[in-house]
Design a protein around this ligand. Structure first.
Ligand code: SAM
Length: 275
């Protein structure tokens, strides 16, 4: 039976193009088009929006993004085996899908960003996803060329992204994301929804840029969070010793006996600004 968009079911596409999932490329495909639509809808309205999709694979999420009305999708995929399947989708939606064969980690998304609204949507291998997220929060992608990021992660990584002070998952990633974005967990996806199923539950995380992040130099903030969370069980006067220890903490008006995971993003920025 054909899917609602008139294209063949993904299972047939995968079989016809011999797209057996490769572990080395982190390939766990979402074949349920209702679920891919749910992921795409998390990005909000796509009318008039250019979407950068990373890792389209056989195109389940790509089809959902196009069916929901994105003006254009620019998709970066590393696995050349997927290109013929993606070309069929491009034929079905003339002029609305460009596929770039390449490594997303080496792609300059900011340079490719067109005029008008851009959103980023991706179901990526987890290691690549975390690095890309960090890249999208730093120059040349910051100030952001994108309106939102809708990304799928291993649930534990998602928890680290949205974590705030006094949360077990709070760490360097949570401080960076909390500083520059508002991040929230949209929903979980069970392993059984994927082909083949991964070992753990996934989460879709949605991030939008903060309009006025606290002014702070990113390299100093990273220095502070690296030292503080490198020894997260120790008091800050100990873990921050190489950066000024107690004197630095007192200058920033922070009790030297506190531990890293109790500090708010604002307090980390204050420390970075005193460095
Ligand atoms: N979006 C599809 C879906 O939801 O079913 C596929 C998701 S699968 C988890 C990850 C995809 O990312 C695969 O198609 C894989 O080939 C691709 N990929 C892996 N590493 C990549 C990289 N560095 N750059 C671009 N694509 C990559």
């Amino acid at each position: 039976m054909a899917a609602l968009d008139g294209l063949p079911p993904l299972r047939d596409v995968i079989q016809r193009h011999g797209l057996d999932a490769r572990k080395a490329l982190g390939q766990n495909f979402l074949l349920d088009l209702n679920l891919t639509q749910k992921v795409a809808r998390t990005a909000g309205s796509l009318e008039g929006v250019t979407v950068f999709e990373v890792g389209p694979g056989p195109g389940g999420l790509t089809r959902a993004i196009l069916a929901l009305g994105a003006a254009k999708v620019i998709a970066v995929e590393r696995d050349s085996r997927c290109l013929p399947a993606l070309a069929e989708i491009a034929d079905h939606y003339p002029g609305r899908l460009d596929v770039i064969e390449g490594d997303a980690l080496k792609t300059d998304f900011a340079a490719m960003a067109p005029e008008g609204p851009v959103k980023i949507i991706a179901n990526l291998p987890y290691n690549v996803g975390t690095q890309l997220l960090v890249n999208w929060l730093l120059p040349p992608s910051w100030p952001p060329f994108w309106q939102s990021l809708t990304l799928m992660f291993q649930k534990e990584v998602g928890q680290r992204i949205v974590a705030q002070a006094d949360d077990n998952h709070y760490g360097r990633l949570g401080v960076l994301c909390g500083w520059r974005t508002k991040a929230h967990m949209a929903f979980d996806i069970s392993p059984q929804a994927f082909t083949p199923p991964p070992k753990v539950t996934s989460s879709v995380v949605h991030l939008t840029p903060r309009e006025n992040p606290i002014p702070c130099a990113v390299d100093k903030l990273e220095k502070i969070t690296q030292a503080a969370f490198g020894q997260r069980r120790k008091m800050l006067r100990q873990s921050l010793k190489p950066l000024g220890g107690e004197a630095l903490l007192l200058k920033a008006d922070i009790d030297p006996q506190r531990r890293a995971e109790t500090l708010s993003v604002e307090e980390f920025c204050r420390l970075a600004n005193c460095l």
